[in-house]
Design a binder for this molecule. Structure first.
Ligand code: FE
Ligand code: FE
Ligand code: ZN
Length: 296
């Protein structure tokens, strides 16, 4: 039944309720999955776990029968795990990711989404090798069973991981492939040049190059820009260059049934659009001009 769709959005984690508030926010949208940052996305400062009402949040999840396998953590995106020529920053990057793995496990979550980083003029090949080495360092010191889901990127600036082949290379070069998976972001792959409207071909290509067994998370976002634009600007569902039909097909695709689908679409007038976006994807029915009520 459509109601079983594993779908949700990114949610906040703010004072005073922290994780309990995150869980309540996700539930208020009718989510069956969600994603959060364990602190600010744009820095590596992290509040102690003891302050975050984790037990209270987990108790509510349990009470509601919400499966923690469908909860995803996103690593801070400011760090560059493909860093090679800045050893001064590398130590902090490695420490930050090891800490995020530990924190993810403390929330009972099993997946940490990681942006593969930027080559900063080094070239993608060198950066891919550096990333695999850095992942080896991280995973050799980590005691959790959390999987790192490498996110497919739009190709903004010198981002790496912009094609399935490169993501596959990262996994092949790492000595802990069992700890690695992939997060497919629809806006990012569209901006990188893939035809997201051809859903079956897109998934077939993913399967051929990487294997769908590696797919751990799907980020469902429309894109403000045309295919291949390398911009990475998310748009609300049905209002962008990908469109409702393709995003709905992805959200409801039988091959992706057991994978959490996460919306990272923009707020409208400071209001979260997720209840409506989730409902439309679940009902497989677009509501014309659904955004209007937020703009009023
Ligand atoms: Fe991301
Ligand atoms: Fe994303
Ligand atoms: Zn993005």
């Amino acid at each position: 039944m459509a109601k079983d769709l594993l779908i949700g959005s990114h949610v906040g984690m703010n004072a005073p309720d922290y994780y309990l508030g995150s869980v309540k926010e996700a539930m208020s949208y009718g989510s069956t999955a969600f994603m959060f940052y364990t602190g600010a996305p744009q820095n590596s400062y992290r509040k102690p776990l003891g302050d975050l009402k984790i037990e209270e949040g987990r108790a509510l999840l349990k009470e509601q029968g919400f499966d923690e396998n469908h909860i995803v953590v996103h690593a801070p995106y400011i760090i560059n795990p493909a860093n090679k020529n800045r050893p001064d920053l590398l130590e902090l990057t490695i420490k930050t990711i090891i800490n995020e793995l530990r924190r993810t496990a403390a929330f009972g979550a099993k997946i940490l989404v990681l942006h593969p980083g930027n080559h900063l003029g080094l070239g993608a090949e060198e950066a891919i090798k550096a990333l695999a080495e850095n992942l080896d360092t991280i995973l050799s010191q980590d005691g959790t069973d959390v999987k790192i889901a490498i996110e497919t990127m739009a190709g903004k600036g010198s981002e790496i991981g912009t094609c399935f082949e490169d993501v596959r290379k990262i996994i092949d070069l790492c000595h802990y492939p069992d700890r690695l998976g992939v997060c497919l972001d629809t806006c990012h792959v569209h901006d990188a040049g893939y035809d997201v409207n051809n859903v079956d071909d897109l998934l077939a290509e993913f399967d051929r190059i990487i294997s769908l067994k590696r797919l751990l998370v799907v980020h469902v976002n429309d894109s403000k820009n045309i295919r291949g634009a390398h911009k990475d600007r998310h748009e609300n569902i049905g209002y962008g260059e990908i469109g409702f039909e393709a995003l709905c097909k992805i959200a409801n695709h039988p091959l992706l049934r057991d994978i959490p689908k996460i919306l990272e679409t923009p707020y409208i007038n400071e209001k979260a659009p997720y209840s409506d976006e989730i409902r439309m994807l679940r009902d497989e029915k677009f509501i014309d001009n659904w955004k209007d009520k937020y703009l009023a």
